[in-house]
Ligand binder design. Structure first.
Ligand code: MG
Length: 306
């Protein structure tokens, strides 16, 4: 039963993907795997990667058909590097289409993989609101492909190089900042109570946030273990935050991340390396409007339908 192992079941958020060995590069998003149940490989369709986003490659074509042979899956897994286990950018989907920007989607019932209803949250993910943030809405901000793009392959003009230890070996992670991320973060920090919420592991994402957030914009950082594993994706369940959902907004490049709360979302295109990208800058006026409004849903719906 897939739900027998969820991200939150492991305190460190590590993958249980150990039977591939550390050398099996390309497992993409670390897939919580049943402890004593063979993995249903056929349920793994593909990963979100730059190829998929650009509509290229056999993987994208196969994804549309919802069928992947084991051979194809294995081949693709081998292409990717270990960092897929640590970053959230290679997210596996179960063949469900992404949430279109213009269509309101009814959120699915929150059911774990074994069909059981999720247990009520005993303690919210967020601490009590700081006095400084009284009256501010909560802004949940994704990391990979929303604010930065990271790679284990050396990048000449990387903004940060972060050492990450994996199974006793230190690997260098090369991180590039999305254009205007500094301006975006600073403004978000003025307008909202900002929370970094990433499906990546803390051992990678925490040092990235240390370097990225020079202003202390992020009041809290949430990592993979705070996500809900649902239908092959790590979902950021906003109802677990402990904030008023009518005052909570999420910006994320992966629609699967906010599948429980699509009405709270500001979709953003996945960013990999386009230095002419303006999306973060262009979104600032929308967030300024959201910061002032009593009714975020009307504004967010209008934005998604553009
Ligand atoms: Mg992302």
């Amino acid at each position: 039963m897939l739900a027998s192992v969820t991200p939150s079941d492991r305190s460190d958020g590590e993958s249980s993907d150990d039977d591939d060995g550390g050398g099996d590069e390309g497992d993409g998003e670390a897939e919580p795997r049943p402890a004593r149940h063979p993995m249903d490989v056929a349920s793994i369709i593909t990963q979100v990667s730059i190829d998929d986003e650009r509509g290229g490659g056999a993987a994208a074509a196969s994804r549309g058909k919802g069928s992947f042979s084991k051979a194809v899956v294995k081949k693709n897994r081998n292409k990717k590097s270990l960092f897929g286990s640590f970053f959230s950018c290679f997210r596996k989907y179960d063949g469900e289409p992404a949430v279109p920007k213009s269509i309101a989607i009814e959120a699915p019932k929150k059911v774990e993989e074994n069909g059981a209803l999720l247990k009520p949250v005993e303690r919210p993910l967020l601490p009590e609101l700081r006095p400084l943030d009284e009256g501010k809405k909560c802004m949940v901000i994704d990391l990979d492909e929303t604010l930065v793009h990271s790679s284990f392959k050396p990048i000449e003009n990387a903004d940060f190089i972060i050492p990450v230890e994996i199974e006793g070996t230190t690997h260098q992670v090369y991180v590039m900042k999305r254009p205007f991320v500094d301006e975006f973060l600073q403004r978000m920090g003025e307008l909202f109570e900002c929370v970094l919420f990433t499906a990546s592991l803390a051992k990678y994402a925490d040092p990235v946030a240390d370097l990225l957030d020079r202003w202390g914009v992020f009041r809290v950082r949430l990592f993979r273990e705070s996500c809900v594993f649902h239908h092959g994706s790590y979902v950021k369940d906003l109802s677990r935050l402990g904030r008023d959902l009518s005052q909570t907004i999420i910006i994320d490049n992966s629609p699967a991340s906010y599948i429980f709360h699509p009405e709270n979302a500001v979709p953003v295109g996945s960013w990999f390396d386009d230095m002419s990208d303006m999306e973060l800058l262009d979104l600032i006026p929308l967030f300024e409007e959201l910061g002032k409004t009593e009714d975020i849903f009307t504004i967010l719906q209008r934005h998604r339908q553009r």
